[in-house]
Design a protein around this ligand. Structure first.
Ligand code: ATP
Length: 325
């Protein structure tokens, strides 16, 4: 090994996601198993700059695998975007005797990690922790499956009231830049349409789908809308004008999509990825994200995970269209 790996720093950054705690547990225990000390950094890159760090033992991660959120807390840190901020973070790393970092977060987190690794020659491994599933090179991100299931549960409940009152519902879900949550929750709930950033949906198309939805069930219709753009409210206003007779309602699911106990899938994914992060460091890998492709662990350079756009599956868009006849 070209450097001594005696101690790692571990942080969560960006938006929280269910399963982050399972990842924290796995990274910590896999490190200790390999005689590597763990320093837990609070509130992402801010904690690195402020030196808000504590040593972690195996018992620090007991009983957290089932908890949503992140016990390390997370933050968005503007200061880390400056050279001075990163210099201060580097001084903390030297002072604490940290040889490598494991960062759990989304594309912003990996962008920062990549710059930091280049500037100060620090080995960094990333774990994809974001409910949006918008990172290239991995079939799924930690938190996505749980958020999808949370949305499906909420939409099922809204469907009950929509049917009882003959209502048309526009339900807004997270995913400003990626429609995975919207498209797949629409498939799972039998929604009439999904409005997603990757696919332009004309008002005429929407109109047709809503009409056929009402024809089909005679009394309710659901459209899932990814946040951003004009959003569920904007679309609802337009449709209200076109169909004055419809009882149009809007439901914005908001932050409840981030919370809750992680699904079995996310716990297992986070656990496998956490162990893989330590394996990768022992294998002298750096500046890579751990991904999962066809159920196998893969290594994805930060540069690719961040830059390349993850394509939405056109076949799924077609399936949704076919089934909304
Ligand atoms: P999510 O996908 O859930 O939003 P994220 O990791 O993309 O997660 P961001 O808020 O975009 O969340 O990024 C997290 C942190 O990463 C930022 O607050 C900042 O500290 C750091 N970061 C992001 N972009 C850069 C950059 N260009 N240079 C340095 N640091 C960055």
């Amino acid at each position: 090994m070209s450097y001594e790996l005696k101690c790692i720093g571990l942080l969560t950054s960006g938006g929280d996601a269910p399963g982050m705690n399972a990842a924290i547990r796995a990274v910590t225990r896999a490190a200790i198993y390999n005689n590597i000390a763990v320093k837990a950094i609070h509130r992402g890159y801010r904690g690195l700059i402020l030196g808000d760090i504590v040593p972690f033992q195996t018992q620090n991660v007991s009983n957290i695998i089932q908890q949503g959120g992140t016990i390390l807390k997370t933050a968005r840190c503007q200061e880390f975007m400056t050279k001075e901020g990163r210099q201060t973070a580097y001084e903390t790393i030297r002072r604490e005797g940290i040889d490598a970092l494991v960062v759990i977060g989304g594309d912003g987190t990996f962008t920062g990690a990549r710059i930091f690794a280049q500037e100060f020659n620090i080995p960094i491994i990333g774990l994809p922790g974001t409910i949006d599933n918008d990172l290239w090179g991995t079939d799924s991100t930690i938190g996505y499956d749980t958020a999808l299931n949370t949305i499906v549960e909420a939409v099922d409940k809204i469907r009950d009231t929509a049917t009882s009152h003959d209502r048309l519902f526009f339900i807004e879900v997270m995913g400003r830049d990626a429609g995975f949550l919207a498209l797949n929750s629409a498939l799972a709930t039998g929604a009439e349409a999904a409005v997603i950033p990757e696919h332009k949906t004309s008002v005429e198309e929407l109109e047709n789908r809503i009409r056929s939805g009402f024809r089909k069930s005679k009394n309710s219709s659901i459209v899932i809308v990814a946040e951003g753009g004009e959003g569920a409210q904007g679309l609802a206003n337009r449709i209200r004008k076109l169909f004055p007779s419809y009882d149009v309602r809007v439901s914005i699911l908001g932050h409840l999509q981030r919370g809750g106990s992680p699904s079995a899938y996310d716990r297992i994914l986070a656990t496998r990825m956490g162990v893989a992060a330590i394996d990768a460091l022992l294998d002298e890998q750096r500046s890579i994200m751990i991904g999962i492709v066809n159920k196998e662990i893969v290594h994805v350079p930060f540069s690719k995970a961040i830059k390349e756009d993850k394509q939405i599956d056109q076949a799924r868009i077609n399936v949704l269209q076919i089934l909304s006849v």
